[in-house]
Each structure stands twice: as C-alpha cells, then as structure tokens.
Design a protein around this ligand. Structure first.
Ligand SMILES: Cc1cc2nc3c(=O)[nH]c(=O)nc-3n(C[C@H](O)[C@H](O)[C@H](O)COP(=O)(O)O)c2cc1C
Length: 197
C-alpha cells in the first residue's frame, strides 16, 4: 500500500486549498493508499520561525516525510510563489529529505498568470532536497473551487478530471518506484550471495 503524505502551506483556515486536499485525500484513500496530511500552519509557529531543527513537533513531521513513498506539496500562490509558511518548514527538512520520493506539486492561485510558479519557484527547492521524480503538478485557479453552505468543497468537473489524472499518475509512479527498489534489493542480495560462494 502506498504511503502518501500531503504537505500543505496555507496560513488560512478557510483556504479553498484545504477543500481540494479533502477531495485528494478521498480519491487516494478510495484507491487503497494510506494518506497523512500535515498542514504546516498547525505546527508550532515558534519552532518554524526560529528554525528549531530539534523541536519534537518538527522531528515528528520529518519522520512522516521519511516514511512516505510520495509527497504532495500543496500551496496557495502568494506573491508569485508558494507561501512563506510552507518555506519555513521546507527549510527544516534534512538536506536530501525528499530523495527517493515521488512528488506532486499542487497549487491554487487567484489567476492563471502565475501558472509557472510551480516550475520556477517550487521545483528548484524540491530538487535541492533530493527529489528526482517530480510530476508536472496541478495548478487550480481559485474561481473553480467553492465552499458550499454545508461546508463542503465544490470543484468544477475540469478540476476534478485534472486532479484524478494526476493522482492516478502519482500512484502508478509510486508503485513503479517501489517495485524498482525491491528488484534492486533482491539483485543486491543475489550479488552478495554469489560473491561469497
Ligand atoms: C498575500 C496574498 C498574495 C497573493 N498573491 C497572489 C499571486 O501572486 N498570484 C495569484 O495568482 N494569486 C495570489 N493570491 C491569491 C491566492 O493565491 C488565492 O486567493 C488563493 O490561492 C485561494 O485560496 P484561498 O481560498 O486560500 O484564498 C494571493 C493571496 C494573498 C492572500
């Protein structure tokens, strides 16, 4: 079973990003994945602002990242980039904390003008953290997402379709990586056995 971590960085409790993530979580769980969601704004602010690498809450979050096969990095677009809230946590990840993970960026923005912020702002950071399998990502314009009176998110069909396609790709890539790691481990054992024969 794939273990998928959603790392989100909206400072707003009513962010439409959270509604999109609820949808993402439901789809992934429906396909048998184990999903964990860390909203960075729920981590202790003092630890984030003071870059406390040794904080128990930060260490626990880092363990969740370490355990994950795939990470969805989600943010609203603020000032043509991902949020500062998200960066305060990314700065506290170990040097190669995203190595071996499949990554799916997920952004929501007020306009399509900053569509490329995933590529010019987030992807270099993911890369420096060791990520090598970074999917194209999903960028949603916020007018296509609404909270209804029941407090549930309503997504335009076109957004659902793009999310569904990207989540399917994420699961397939994650599965492929897990199989490759297993084959490599088996190959290594066979090599060790033959070198000791
Ligand atoms: C401080 C701030 C800066 C923003 N900067 C941008 C921006 O540069 N480009 C953009 O497309 N939207 C920008 N937005 C709009 C948000 O991306 C958009 O409203 C948000 O993603 C929708 O999620 P929400 O429900 O959390 O508001 C900004 C919003 C805020 C509050």
């Amino acid at each position: 079973m794939a273990h998928i971590l959603i790392l989100s960085g909206s400072p707003s409790k009513t962010s439409r990003l959270n509604g999109i993530i609820q949808y993402v979580q439901k789809v992934l769980e429906g396909k048998g994945a184990q999903v964990e969601w860390i909203n960075v704004s729920n981590l202790p602010a003092e630890d984030l602002i003071s870059a406390r690498f040794d904080s128990p809450a930060i260490q626990q979050a880092n363990e969740s990242v370490e355990k994950a096969d795939a990470v969805i990095v989600a943010s609203p677009v603020y000032k043509a980039s991902y949020t500062g809230v998200l960066k305060t946590y990314l700065d506290l990840l170990p040097q190669k904390g995203l190595a071996q993970k499949v990554i799916l960026p997920l952004f929501i923005g007020g306009s399509i003008a900053h569509l490329l912020s995933i590529d010019y702002a987030l992807k270099p950071v993911l890369s420096v953290l060791g990520a090598r399998t970074i999917l194209a990502g999903v960028y949603v314009v916020d007018s296509l997402v609404k909270w209804n009176e029941q407090g549930q998110v309503e997504l335009e069909a076109e957004v659902k379709q793009r999310l569904d396609d990207s989540l399917q790709e994420l699961l397939e890539e994650t599965d492929w990586h897990a199989k490759r790691r297993k084959d490599e481990a088996v190959g290594k054992v066979a090599e060790d056995v033959s070198s000791h024969a």
